[in-house]
Design a protein around this ligand. Sequence first.
Ligand code: SAM
Length: 385
Amino acid sequence: MNENFKMTAKTLYGFESILAKELRNLGAIGVKEGVRSVTFFGDTGFMYKANMALRTAIRILKPIERFKIYNENDLYKNLQKINWEKYLQVHNTLAIDAAVHSSIFTHSQYIALKSKDAIVDYFRNKYGERPNVDIKHPDLQLNIHIQEDTCTVSLDSSGMSLHKRGYRISTNIAPINEVFAAGLILMTGYNGSQHFVDPMCGSGTMLIEAAMIANSIPANINRIEFGFEKWVDFDNDLFEKIHDSLLKKITYSSQKIIGFDKAPSAVRKAQENIKNANLDEFIIVEKQDFFNSEKPVEGKTILCFNPPYGERLSINVPIFYKEIGNTLKQNYTDTDAWFITSDFNTGIKSVGLRTSRKIKVFNGSLECRFVKYEMYKGSRKMSKQ
Ligand SMILES: C[S@@+](CC[C@H](N)C(=O)[O-])C[C@H]1O[C@@H](n2cnc3c(N)ncnc32)[C@H](O)[C@@H]1O
């Protein structure tokens, strides 16, 4: 029960090293970065902890079997060799996710279907009954990963994607994914020792993720359920112990976290979400047009935002981004300003300031740049002295 085993945490493109750092800080062993994934070792308690605490993981997989396959029959036969009663009862439900990177197999949906057939037939042949499929809320979520001729079968300990933190009840037109928001904020180096401002906060995702980072609040403290809670071997006492130990690590940051949005409906939604996340004592949200705003706090501040890209929200890109540049230059000294945009040609050029970082990220399937502008207090030279 307390032995270490290998796990794979899945993440988004470009967030691998941040996730690896999170895992090391949490106490994982043998942490190795992959492509959109990080592997590590830990015991059952660590698996619970990782699901609760990691900010940049989408899901955490526990591999149970690995074998070579050269055709779909190999897949079917090898899946039938697994002792499925260890993981699933005949009256339980299951769902299968498949990811295929192979020249032999091309259709992930077909692989998922074939795998489901193998498992269902395993039970039917033995008991005359079969587990049902429930895509939305299964008792066991399985993951089949095929890399060329190697198939890895994993239990998905998270169940629903870990970006579903459980705090968001209201969304605006283009809300940012919670894991993506947390990853971007961690990329800025924000740790709660600076002030944090999102001047176009929409439904407040960046603000909520920032407040959880600043106060060491586990990312998934508001989540209703994890996949592992329905596993045959779920240890509720251990889970409660892990839960309590994470709560004891919550700290208190006195730095400010402030959001603006010019749309009253966005302000209202942000406030609802913040309240739902129990973070209203840490975050202030105001109706404010960023372009008419002044820096709302004195001292070192990180500005981090997700302006409209022109893709989903209609804006005049050159004028809008020029306004961002003017506002930063005139009213936001002593600030590290970061924003994400898919308008990385016209948009970024129109800002009219020199970027000090430009990081390639993907917002869903949209290629974006996460850009940084260092707005010094005095001249750049003075600030370096
Ligand atoms: C892409 S959305 C932000 C989504 C947000 N990150 C979330 O998770 O919901 C962009 C937001 O910028 C706001 N906005 C656009 N122009 C603005 C301005 N000049 N000042 C303040 N807010 C602005 C819009 O009202 C919208 O809510």
